[in-house]
Design a protein around this ligand. Structure first.
Ligand SMILES: [Zn+2]
Length: 263
């Protein structure tokens, strides 16, 4: 079992296209683009994980915040959509390309929310096995002020926003953000559209967990559902189905290769 896990991990690490930059990146040329998904919900892209925002008279609810040097550009892009304050930022997981702006947005007044394992990992030094790289603890102001174990609901702008945890998928602290009224779901890095997955095994991720997330989101979806992946362009249920099927094929082939002694 241990041998299987090691071999499978190794293969996954070899396969992925990973987005977190390994060294200092120049953000000067990054442009934050927004795409309207409904009358209240937008997807923002720049560098790092895809951002979701829900705007309206109750204030702005935001999903992930990319890298710290981009915070002002992100705020400018959001201001063009709404001049309401950003009240909440929810992190889909602890990786720096999704939480790097926490300190800036928190200092500006947003309440940071995340699964409890996000706060635990951001509070202490982490070692990312995929890169052989240590990640230092985040400053106190970047840490989530509110954490949840399984689910947390928000009620803003006429939306009932449901954030739910899925165990051991991309990491051990993933949150999926579901807008049932608008039929929109943000999957964080449990979905890398058009790419092989990155499964952060050293942060508690697992292939079975990722497949379980896909199945749950597919259950919640219909052909009109708009699915925001952690990385890549906006997706449909059909595209997520293809991704889930690819994951199952890779898993089964690797499992067979291990059983056959090829890995
Ligand atoms: Zn990630």
């Amino acid at each position: 079992m241990l041998a299987f896990r090691f071999s499978f991990s190794t293969l996954i690490l070899l396969c992925f296209n990973f987005i977190i930059p390994l060294s200092a990146q120049n953000f000067d040329d990054v442009i934050i683009k927004s795409e309207q998904l409904s009358d209240k919900i937008y997807m923002l892209t720049g560098a790092g994980g895809n951002i979701g925002i829900c705007v309206g008279e109750d204030g702005i609810f935001m999903i992930d915040d990319q890298f710290a040097p981009l915070s002002n550009k992100i705020k400018t892009a959001i201001k063009e959509i709404s001049d309401q304050p950003i009240r909440f930022v929810i992190n889909t997981h602890w990786h720096g390309d999704h939480t790097g702006g926490n300190e800036n947005f928190g200092t500006s007044g947003a309440v940071i929310v995340a699964h409890e394992n996000v706060r635990k990992r951001m509070s202490t030094e982490q070692f990312m096995q995929a890169f052989g790289r240590k990640v230092p603890p985040s400053p106190d102001k970047a840490l989530p002020l509110i954490t949840f174990p399984e689910t947390i609901n928000f009620h803003l702008n006429g939306e009932d926003i449901i954030a739910f945890h899925m165990h051991n998928a991309h990491t051990d602290g993933d949150a999926i953000i579901y807008f049932p009224n608008s039929n929109i779901i943000h999957m964080g890095d449990t979905f890398f559209k058009g790419r092989f997955p990155f499964i952060d095994i050293s942060s508690g991720g697992s292939i079975e967990g990722i497949i379980a997330v896909c199945n749950k989101v597919l259950f919640l979806s219909d052909e009109q559902t708009k699915i925001i992946p952690g990385h890549g362009t906006l997706a449909s249920k059909t595209e997520l189905t293809n991704y889930r099927d690819m994951l199952m094929i890779v898993r089964d082939r690797v499992k067979k290769a291990v059983i056959d002694g090829k890995l």
